[in-house]
Ligand binder design. Structure first.
Ligand SMILES: [Zn+2]
Length: 310
């Protein structure tokens, strides 16, 4: 049977720096006089803007899927084009193959987590699967399943780094961390402008990012050249984001971000049984930027738990 015992965790830290204003939409609450229509999401207690882990994780996932050709239509586009009732809008939804590196990294629903090799018909090459292979004897016959296992990645909510917070308070005033950008929708006939205000976190703001990647025995047992590809896929997704954008109105300039101050450490399970006294190893030789980390990935001392089961 496949072994999904936890072997340890990579803790990955970075700063996410806004290279243009960032707008991750929040809820408009009530009718505040002088309030803004399109606020950014803010912490309820401190009123400081933050990046929800779900927003960052969702964007990283979508970008990785596009790059792997793994986005799928959730509705049939020809049904929609023909105006068939109930067909809904054609949208792309997350991959649920349960086999690709994105599904393993970002997780799938329980329904999609087990695939039967024989009855699988989605055109996934099971030999290339990142899921764990499970062989079951049934009536003297061998059956092969692939099990995705638990979601490997946790993305925390990210808050403004203290330095950047102090810098903004100096420029904008105590307790102010956002700017208001006004865009215009132009009437094509009268050329009359319809101003549309939008709140953004200003360019230069930096957020503290933390992501946690769980490593299971099934990951340790993966073939040598594929062991760390889940981790590498995360860096690739971060690198893709640097040339894409985070949050709303990204096609109109908002949301260009860059990761800096990249660092990582590995904590094996003894870290948790000794209250942090043992079991933590820094990842040494990791460049401070994502592109560098990918380029020199093979030379970095990842402290991956070895050896695999024989
Ligand atoms: Zn998939």
């Amino acid at each position: 049977m496949v072994d999904f015992s936890l072997q340890g965790r990579y803790i990955i830290n970075a700063k996410l720096v806004c290279e243009t204003g960032l707008h991750i939409g929040g809820a408009t609450t009530g009718f505040e006089i002088g309030g803004i229509d399109n606020p950014v999401v803010k912490d309820a207690l401190t009123e400081e803007p933050y990046i929800p882990g779900s927003s960052l994780k969702g964007k990283l996932r979508a970008l990785l899927e596009w790059s792997l050709g793994k986005n799928k239509f959730s509705k049939y586009p020809h049904h929609f084009a023909q105006g068939k009732k109930g067909s809904g809008q054609p949208t792309f939804s997350p991959c649920d193959c349960g086999q690709c590196v994105s599904c393993v990294l970002f997780g799938v629903t329980p329904d999609s987590s087990v695939r039967d090799k024989e009855n699988h018909f989605r055109g996934v090459d099971m030999e290339d699967s990142f899921a764990a292979k499970v062989v079951v004897e049934e009536d003297g016959k061998e059956r092969i399943f692939f099990y995705t296992g638990p979601t490997r990645l946790t993305v925390r909510d990210s808050f403004l780094d203290p330095e950047s917070k102090a810098e903004m308070e100096k420029l904008l005033g105590k307790g102010f961390y956002t700017e208001v950008k006004t865009e215009n929708a132009l009437d094509r006939v009268t050329a009359e402008a319809n101003p549309r205000p939008m709140e953004r976190v200003p360019k230069g703001a930096a957020f503290d990012i933390e992501m946690v990647l769980d490593v299971y025995r099934a990951d340790v047992n993966r073939a040598d050249d594929r062991k760390l590809l889940i981790l590498k896929a995360l860096f690739e997704a971060m690198h893709l984001l640097e040339d894409s954008a985070l949050g709303g109105t990204s096609s109109r300039g908002s949301g260009k971000v860059r990761f800096t101050d990249l660092s990582a450490k590995f904590r094996d399970v003894s870290y948790y049984s000794t209250g942090g006294k043992d079991g933590q190893k820094p990842v040494t030789g990791i460049p401070d930027n994502v592109a560098g980390a990918i380029e020199s990935f093979g030379d970095i001392e990842w402290n991956f738990p070895v050896p695999p089961d024989s």
